[in-house]
Each structure stands twice: as structure tokens, then as C-alpha cells.
Write a protein that binds this ligand. Structure first.
Ligand code: ADP
Ligand code: MG
Length: 246
């Protein structure tokens, strides 16, 4: 394949993937090809969902988008940065600055308060203590958890934990929020509140949001829906069912 120097054609494109393959080696001579030529372009400020059966490669793709893992083959330019040129030692700092993660199982640090959980990414980014506490409080208020700042994760309900996790994802004001089945462990009413919060972050803060979900109704609310099957994108649809402002 001919080498192509990637320069961002359009600075409005924040996620630019071309021909992404991911193979896992499971002992010679076997390898599993999990992603098979993914082309994905996401504009700044877009709200996109990725749907597909269990095992189709959604989380593997999300890990690459979020710089938690690297593609085996293909080009990925994240917010103007050619990821192939980024040494392993710098991956975590790019991730911490550019991406906010939200997971199905919340992944809060158990024995520390909601406030400390939200401060953590800012600590890694080198922000001073006073500034961290101020911003963490502001974010917890934004997700309507201002009255639970001192609570430990074990003292919070699932929906409350997820709101803390979303506040934490916003800590370093990342351009992109990546949410992998964020409502998967929640009942539908609580999941609804979490979705409403994503809509607000999209609308009011201009966040680019990539949502992985099993729920077609939730996907239909987003602007674009990408369906993955067996490591390939098999359909791209417009979504954006109009939702009343909440
Ligand atoms: P989804 O999120 O769509 O359910 P995943 O991306 O988690 O799917 O997984 C897709 C496939 O890749 C699964 O068959 C899974 O077992 C496999 N897989 C994921 N991570 C690894 C790994 N580190 N090593 C080997 N296989 C993996
Ligand atoms: Mg998954």
C-alpha cells in the first residue's frame, strides 16, 4: 500500500480513521482479526453512536479511538495528531487531555470521594489543588451531584455513580467524550437521565460524543448511527430524532 502523508484536510474533523485493522495474537500461528478496515470520520461537535452485536468489535474500536490501544494497521488522526507518530510514552498524556471516558461499570476509584474522583484527571494534568477542587465542584454541580461531593462511590446509586463518572470525564475539558454502554447497567429511567445529560453536554458545551450502545432507541437520538458487524462498518444512518430541550 502506498504511504500517504496525512494532513488534516478539514480541521473540523476530529476523528479521522482510514483502513483500521486490529488483530490480536493469541499464540502462534493464530490471530484474531477483530477490526477489518474501519473508515470513520467524525466532525467536531458531532454526536455519533456505534451499534452492533456483542463481540462485533465496538469496544475494540473505542479503545483505539480513545488511545487506550493502537491499531495494528491503518491511519488514525486524532484532533490533528497522527497517532502512529506518537510514542507509547506520550499516549496517556494525549488521552488525558483529549478524551473523557464513560464506562458501563462506572470505574470510579472505590475508596475515595466523588470529589476526589473528579479531581483525579486534573491531578494527572498537573493542575493545582485549589483549582482542581473548584472545577470538580463546578462539574459535580453541573451533573446535579453537588449535594453528594463527599460521598464514597459505595454510598451512591448506579445513576449517581454514572453522573460522577461523567463529571470526571469532563474534568480536563476534553474535546471528545467516549461512552461505552453508559446506560447498560442502569434501569431505563436512570439511563434516560444519563442520555439527557449527554444531550446537554453536546448542545451546551459543544462536546463531540461517541456513544456505544445496544439500545437502538437511544442510538436513534444521536445525529449519526454507525453499525458494526464482524469488525466492519455495515451501515451509516442519519439519526437525530428531535428531542425536546430539557
Ligand atoms: P463488543 O464491544 O462489540 O462486544 P469487543 O470489541 O469487546 O466487542 O470484542 C470483539 C472481539 O474481540 C471479541 O471476540 C473479543 O473476545 C475479542 N477481543 C477483544 N479484546 C481482545 C484481546 N485483548 N485479546 C483477544 N481477543 C480480544
Ligand atoms: Mg463492548
Amino acid at each position: 500500500m502506498e504511504e500517504e502523508i496525512m494532513t488534516p484536510q478539514d480541521e473540523n474533523i476530529i476523528i479521522d480513521m482510514k483502513g483500521i485493522y486490529k488483530r490480536f495474537y493469541i499464540g502462534q500461528p493464530n490471530e484474531l482479526e477483530i477490526l477489518r478496515g474501519i473508515d470513520l470520520r467524525v466532525k467536531k461537535g458531532e454526536f455519533l453512536s456505534i451499534v452492533g452485536a456483542s463481540g462485533s468489535g465496538k469496544s475494540t474500536l473505542m479503545n483505539i479511538i480513545g488511545a487506550l490501544d493502537r491499531a495494528t494497521e491503518g491511519d488514525y488522526v486524532l484532533d490533528g495528531v497522527q497517532m502512529r507518530d506518537v510514542p507509547d510514552s506520550q499516549l496517556s498524556s494525549i488521552r488525558n487531555r483529549k478524551i473523557g471516558f464513560v464506562f458501563q461499570t462506572f470505574n470510579l476509584i472505590p475508596r475515595t470521594s466523588a470529589l476526589s474522583n473528579v479531581e483525579l484527571p486534573m491531578l494527572y494534568a498537573g493542575m493545582s489543588g485549589g483549582e482542581r477542587a473548584r472545577r470538580a465542584k463546578e462539574l459535580l454541580e453541573l451533573v446535579e451531584m453537588g449535594d453528594r461531593m463527599k460521598h464514597m462511590p459505595s454510598e451512591l446509586s448506579g445513576g449517581q455513580k454514572q453522573r460522577v463518572a461523567i463529571a470526571r470525564a469532563m474534568a480536563n475539558d476534553p474535546a471528545i467524550i467516549l461512552a461505552d454502554e453508559p446506560t447498560g447497567a442502569l434501569d431505563s429511567a436512570t439511563g434516560r437521565l444519563v442520555m439527557d445529560l449527554f444531550h446537554r453536554l453536546h448542545r451546551e458545551q459543544g462536546k463531540t460524543i461517541v456513544l456505544i450502545t445496544h439500545n437502538p432507541e437511544l442510538a436513534a437520538e444521536t445525529e449519526h448511527i454507525v453499525t458494526i458487524s464482524d469488525g466492519r462498518i455495515v451501515s451509516r444512518q442519519q439519526g437525530g430524532e428531535v428531542r425536546a430541550a430539557v
